[in-house]
Design a protein around this ligand. Structure first.
Ligand code: NAD
Length: 496
């Protein structure tokens, strides 16, 4: 069976320790085993990254960016292979895998602008004969810990920018679908990146804890569930590291009475059931303003949820693949059971779906709940599956109060034709990323991505301009070259 190893100092490495099965979720079959890195393996990666840092720090940003340009070309050339790995281990349909990879490549394109982004700031004559400038220096060895749901894109949010800023990097991808991030990482070597600048350690909590406790790691970027994000932030900062930890979500879409309901329903279908609901920006709650809107939305959604094309992501034309693991399938089905027990109206029940030829796959059909209340478990919890909850309210303000009270604040959107309502909503909603008639308002690569409340721990968001700040340390230098022969007396007052 295929063994997915680590990649340290430009070489494949297997520590012959613990392993975990990797599944094809569409068939339920084991397709590989992944090495679970030990503390020693993490230290080996740390040593490689630390040794590579001085020369990489001294490499001009332009040369670093040129490697990123080649990396982008290699990603384009290997798109089909990468998408096949994504679909095999994650289960998402091929079109969706292509979308994920394209958004990842956009982050590489942004990183190619490093020479411009790292120019710093300069002021001439801040005092008599004194010039002053700020420059962004790299931190050293930085680490990234990533979730299963975007195995290509989320790592690409992190290391292209970290590396062009002059840092060296250790990636700990999800152990559930590790092939794509490993394959992509190796392309960096082909693009000309010196050994040791980028390393991959596969693994679980053992490897993560070794990174959190290592004195070599200067900063950690984490993306995953909120309990782990909180743990990473608390432990990493207690060990003196800079940490950004992006967590889970419960994203609401408000449907106003004046909205184009057909367009809103089409948008909700993709946002709720795309990638089987396993997106941190997935819409999992539709908040309908008024009973007429709710009745119309539920009727139109029901017709479409019933006819979702569900199957192996490898088969062209499918709209939704399986969940990532059997455990996740059981968890999501259990939450649907719970919604029924708590009194929500399960309009469409996807629990007994059978996909011909894929009976062992981790499939769940689309589920649609109506009359969901704020105190129900299905409303409070991030389900991370193909389950959409419809909530009925009487006003925009009631919808907004509900969203603002939720513990998460990642994404949200409003469907309306009313500019005043949209502006009021965008201005006052306590959520980090807002869409107006845009169901998945994932910022483009030259903005930054981050939620509010318990969806992000730390001060800086992921990628874009915030990533330049996260992966660099500012130094401000004031310089004076006195004219020869000019004597200066001591000055005891604070210089002004
Ligand atoms: P997860 O928290 O289980 O795992 C994320 C990473 O943490 C993995 O690399 C995993 O190996 C590691 N990990 C897991 N348990 C750990 C532990 N006890 N100690 C130390 N490390 C541990 O998340 P997941 O299930 O892989 O991904 C889904 C979650 O990620 C969802 O909650 C989703 O909303 C979130 N997510 C958030 C964003 C965002 O940008 N906010 C983006 C994608 C996914």
């Amino acid at each position: 069976m295929l063994t997915i190893e680590h990649f340290i100092n430009g070489q494949a490495f297997d520590d012959q320790g613990r392993y975990q099965d990797v599944f094809n979720p569409a068939t339920g079959q084991t397709v590989a085993k992944v090495a679970l890195g030990s503390q020693d393996t993490v230290e080996k990666a740390m040593e490689a990254a630390k040794a590579a840092f001085p020369a990489w720090r001294a490499t001009p940003p332009l040369k670093r960016a040129q490697i990123m340009f080649r990396f982008k070309q290699l990603l384009e050339q290997n798109k089909d292979k990468i998408c096949q790995l994504l679909t095999t281990e994650h289960g998402k349909v091929t079109d969706d895998a292509m979308g994920e990879l394209t958004r990842g490549i956009e982050n590489v394109e942004y990183a190619c602008g490093a020479p411009e982004l790292l120019k710093g700031e300069h002021s001439r004559n801040v005092g008599p004969g004194i010039d002053s400038w700020s420059e962004m220096q790299p931190l050293g060895v930085v680490a990234g810990i990533t979730p299963f749901n975007f195995p290509a894109m989320v790592p690409l949010w992190m290391y292209p920018m970290a590396i062009v800023c002059g840092n060296t990097f250790v990636l700990k991808p999800s152990e559930r679908d590790p092939s794509a991030p490993l394959f992509i990482g190796k392309l960096l070597k082909e693009a000309g990146l010196p050994d040791g600048v980028f390393n991959v350690v596969n693994g679980d909590k053992t490897a993560v804890d070794a990174l959190l406790h290592s004195p070599t790691v200067e900063a950690i970027s984490f993306v995953g569930s909120t309990p782990i994000a909180e743990y990473i932030y608390a432990t990493g900062t207690a060990h003196g590291k800079r940490v950004q930890a992006l967590g889970g979500a419960k994203n609401h879409a408000v449907v106003m009475p004046d909205a184009d309901i057909d367009n809103a329903v089409n948008a909700l279908m993709g946002a709720a059931y795309g990638s089987c609901g396993e997106r941190c920006m997935a819409i999992s709650v539709a908040v309908c303003v008024g009973n007429n809107v709710a009745d119309d939305v539920v009727a139109k959604l029901s017709a479409q949820v019933k006819t979702l094309r569900i199957g192996s992501g490898m088969v062209a034309g499918q709209e939704m693949g399986p969940l990532i693991t059997e455990a996740q399938l059981n968890r999501v089905s259990g939450l649907v059971d719970n919604g029924v027990e708590e009194g929500a109206n399960l309009v469409i029940d996807g629990r007994d779906i059978a996909v011909a030829g894929h009976e062992q796959g981790f499939f769940l059909g689309g589920c649609l709940f109506d009359h969901v209340q704020a105190d129900m478990t299905i409303y409070q919890t991030e389900i991370f599956g193909p389950v959409l909850c419809v909530v009925r309210v009487e006003s925009l303000q009631q919808a907004m109060d509900m969203i603002n009270k939720h513990e998460y604040g990642n994404g949200t959107c409003i469907f309306t034709r009313d500019g005043e309502a949209a502006r009021y909503f965008s201005d006052h909603i306590q959520v980090g990323m807002v869409g107006v008639n845009v169901p998945l308002p994932v910022p483009s690569a030259y903005h930054s991505f981050g939620g509010w409340k318990r969806s992000l721990f730390g001060d800086l968001s992921a990628y874009g301009p915030d990533a330049v700040r996260f992966y660099t340390r500012r130094k401000t230098i004031s310089q004076r070259w006195p004219s020869s022969g000019v004597r200066e007396g001591s000055q005891f007052a604070f210089p002004s």
